[in-house]
Ligand binder design. Structure first.
Ligand code: N01
Length: 550
C-alpha cells in the first residue's frame, strides 16, 4: 500500500517507525500489518509491556477489569487466554502482552534498549528521521508515538537527596530484583494510585511504614476476586458484548452508565444505590450508580460525603480518619481503586503524616525534613510521586516539525491537537493516547485511535496523496471542545488539588486540560464522524517520498 521507495543501507528505512512497545505500539504494529506497511518498534526497556514493564512495584495492578484490558481486534486471541483475577497484577498484564506478542509473531518487529532521543521531519524528502540516544538512525514515512500517557516519572527535587544512606525506590521505575522489606522501616511519599497500591503490600512485611500524604484521595474499594472457570466461560461467551459495552461507556469500561440522576432520587434511594456500588466495588461505584456525579456539584457532594463516612467507619483512629478524608469534589483528582487501603491504617506498624501544611524540603542521611520537623530512622524511602503525564514523554524527545519547531516549544505556547492524535505542522506524525485524547480504559482508547490512524492512511493512499497533517482550525476547534467539556465537569476543580490531568502536579508545567473528558464514547463517535466524512479536519497533499535521500 505504501508508495514505492528505495531504501538506503544507512540509515535504516521502515514505512512506519513506532516509539514504544506497550499496548499502543503493539496495536499500531497490528494495524501496519493490515495496511501492508513495514514497521519497527523502538522500545527503551529491555522488554515489551510499557507501563507494566516499568511499574513492577508490589501491589501494582490494573484498575480496569482484566478481561476488558486487552486487544479487542481478535476474539481468538482472548479466547485462548485465561485471565486470573478481576484486576490483573502488573506481571499478569505483562504476561498477557507477552502472550499476544508471541501469538501474533510481533517480536521480530521490536528493537529493545533503544530510547528515541530526537525525530525531525525532512521537508524535501517528506520523511521522518529519528535518532536513538545510542546514535542509531531510522528513516520512515510515518512516525507514530506510542510513548505512553504516564511514562516519565516525577521525583520531587528535595534538597540533599543524595545524602540519604538507605535504599531508594521509585514506583514508576521499580527494579526487576526482589526488594525485601522484612524488618525495615519504610517511608512512602505520595498517596496517588501508585502509593495507594504499594502501601498495603509493604505494610504486611515491613517493621514500620510511615506514609507522607500531601492530599488525601477518594480511594474506592476495588473488590478484587479470582476468576473461576465459570466466570472465565462467561468472559469468553460475552466477548463481543464486552467490546460493545466499553465502546459505549464514558470511560470505556465494561459497564453500563446509569441513566438515573442522583438529584432525582430520594435520600433513602441515594444511600441504597451508593451502598450497592460500594459493595460491587471498582468504578461501578461512580458510573453504574448515578449519572450526574461528575457534572452536578450537589450530587457530587452527597457522594463525597458518603465516601468520607465510609473512611471514618473503616479507620479506627479518628484523627487518622480525618486526615484521610478529602475535602474537594470526588473526581477533581483521579480516584484510585484500593485493596484494603484505608484498613491498612488500622495496623500498629503504619502511621500517617500530613505534609500538606508542612512540606517535605530535604533529605537527611536517615530520612527527611519538612519545614518544621525531622523524620529519621528509615531504611527505605519509596517515592510514589507520580508522572509528567500526557505531554512528558514527547516533550522529552526532541520532535521537530516542518519549520524545525519542537513539540516542547509548541506546547509551551499552546497545547493544540486534533483528537489528541495529530498536529498541525507535524505531517505524517500520529500520537497514540496523545494529550487531548480521553483518559479512560487505555487499550480501548488506543484501539479506536489506531483504527482512525489506519483509516486516515488508507484515505491518504486512496486519494493519491502522500502527506497528511491536521488543519490548524481543526486543532483549535478540538482544543476549545476539550476545554469546554472539562469545564462542564468537576474535573476542572483539579486545578486546586494538583491534578495531573491539568499538569498541576509538576512545578512550572503549563496548566491545560491534558485529556478530553467529554466521554470516551462521544470521542469514538467524533472519530467515526471525521473518518466517515472524509477527514475534513486534515489536509492532504502530494509530495515525493524519498527514503534514499541523505
Ligand atoms: O501519581 P499521582 P501516581 N511532597 O500524581 C504526591 C495511573 N496509575 O503514580 O496529591 C509530597 O496521582 C502527590 O501529592 P498531591 C493513574 O491514572 C494507575 O500515584 O500532589 N508529596 C500524590 O499524592 C494515576 O492517577 C494505576 O498533593 C508529593 C503523589 O505524590 C496516575 O497513574 C496504578 C510531592 C503522586 O500521585 C498517577 O498515579 C498507578 C511532594 N513534593 C498509577 N510531590 C492503575 O491503574 C508529589 N507528591 C492501577
Amino acid at each position: 500500500m505504501s508508495q514505492q521507495v528505495v531504501a538506503p543501507r544507512h540509515p535504516e528505512w521502515t514505512d512506519v517507525l513506532i516509539i514504544g512497545a506497550g499496548f499502543g505500539g503493539m496495536r499500531m504494529l497490528q494495524e501496519c500489518r493490515e495496511l501492508g506497511l513495514e514497521s519497527i518498534i523502538l522500545e527503551a526497556g529491555t522488554g515489551l509491556g510499557g507501563t507494566w514493564y516499568w511499574n513492577r512495584y508490589p501491589g501494582a495492578r490494573t484498575d480496569t477489569e482484566s478481561w476488558a484490558y486487552c486487544f479487542y481486534f481478535s476474539e481468538k486471541l482472548n479466547e485462548q487466554y485465561t485471565f486470573k483475577e478481576r484486576y490483573a497484577t502488573w506481571d499478569s498484564s505483562l504476561d498477557y502482552l507477552n502472550y499476544a506478542a508471541d501469538a501474533l509473531d510481533m517480536r521480530r518487529h521490536m528493537r529493545f534498549g533503544r530510547r528515541v532521543a530526537s525525530a525531525r521531519y525532512l521537508n524535501d524528502e517528506n520523511i521522518w528521521e529519528a535518532r536513538t540516544d545510542d546514535g542509531e538512525i531510522y528513516r520512515c514515512r510515518y512516525l507514530v508515538s506510542a510513548s505512553g500517557v504516564l511514562s516519565v516519572a516525577y521525583k520531587p527535587p528535595f534538597k540533599n537527596a543524595e545524602t540519604f544512606q538507605g535504599e531508594v525506590y521509585l514506583t514508576a521505575n521499580w527494579p526487576k530484583e526482589h526488594v525485601d522489606f522484612a524488618g525495615k522501616r519504610v517511608a512512602v511519599i505520595g498517596t496517588g494510585a501508585s502509593g495507594v497500591q504499594v502501601i498495603p503490600i509493604v505494610a504486611h512485611e515491613a517493621a514500620h511504614v510511615t506514609v507522607f500524604q500531601r492530599t488525601p484521595n477518594y480511594v474506592l474499594p476495588a473488590r478484587n476476586y479470582p476468576i473461576t472457570d465459570a466466570k472465565q466461560r462467561e468472559i469468553r461467551r460475552n466477548f463481543h458484548q464486552m467490546v460493545a459495552q466499553c465502546r459505549n461507556q464514558v470511560f470505556a469500561f465494561p459497564m453500563t452508565d446509569s441513566k438515573v440522576a442522583l438529584k432525582d432520587a430520594s435520600p433513602e434511594e441515594q444511600q441504597r444505590v451508593l451502598e450497592w456500588g460500594w459493595e460491587i466495588g471498582g468504578f461501578q461505584f461512580a458510573f453504574e450508580t448515578f449519572n450526574d456525579i461528575l457534572t452536578d456539584r450537589e450530587s457530587n457532594a452527597i457522594v463525597a460525603d458518603f465516601v468520607r463516612r465510609k473512611i471514618r467507619a473503616i479507620v479506627k483512629d479518628p484523627k487518622t480518619a480525618e486526615m484521610l478524608c478529602p475535602d474537594y469534589a470526588l473526581f477533581a483528582k483521579r480516584p484510585p481503586l484500593g485493596h484494603f487501603y484505608f484498613e491498612t491504617f488500622n495496623r500498629p506498624n503504619v502511621s500517617l503524616v500530613d505534609v500538606s501544611q508542612d512540606p517535605i524540603e530535604s533529605m537527611t542521611p536517615t530520612g527527611l525534613k519538612t519545614r518544621h520537623h525531622e523524620y529519621g530512622d528509615f531504611d527505605v524511602v519509596i517515592y510514589a510521586t507520580g508522572f509528567d503525564g500526557g505531554t512528558g514523554a514527547l516533550v522529552k524527545i526532541d520532535v521537530r516539525g516542518v519549520q524545525g519547531q519542537s513539540i516542547a516549544e509548541v506546547w509551551r505556547k499552546s497545547l493544540q491537537t486534533q483528537f489528541g492524535i495529530c498536529m498541525n505542522g507535524f505531517p505524517n506524525f500520529f500520537m497514540i493516547s496523545g494529550p487531548q485524547a480521553p483518559f479512560a480504559n487505555t487499550p480501548m482508547i488506543v484501539d479506536r485511535a489506531v483504527t482512525w490512524i489506519g483509516n486516515c492512511i488508507r484515505h491518504l493512499d486512496a486519494t493519491g496523496n502522500t502527506v497528511v497533517e491536521a488543519r490548524q482550525e481543526a486543532c483549535e476547534r478540538w482544543t476549545q471542545h476539550v476545554q469546554e467539556t472539562m469545564d462542564m465537569t468537576v474535573l476542572a476543580d483539579g486545578a486546586g488539588v494538583n491534578s495531573w490531568f491539568l499538569g498541576k502536579n509538576i512545578p512550572g508545567k503549563m496548566t491545560a486540560p491534558l485529556f478530553f473528558f467529554g466521554g470516551a464514547n462521544t470521542y469514538f463517535g467524533e472519530l467515526k464522524k471525521e473518518s466517515d466524512g472524509g477527514f475534513k479536519g486534515m489536509q492532504f497533499r502530494r509530495g515525493t517520498v524519498d527514503a534514499a535521500a541523505a
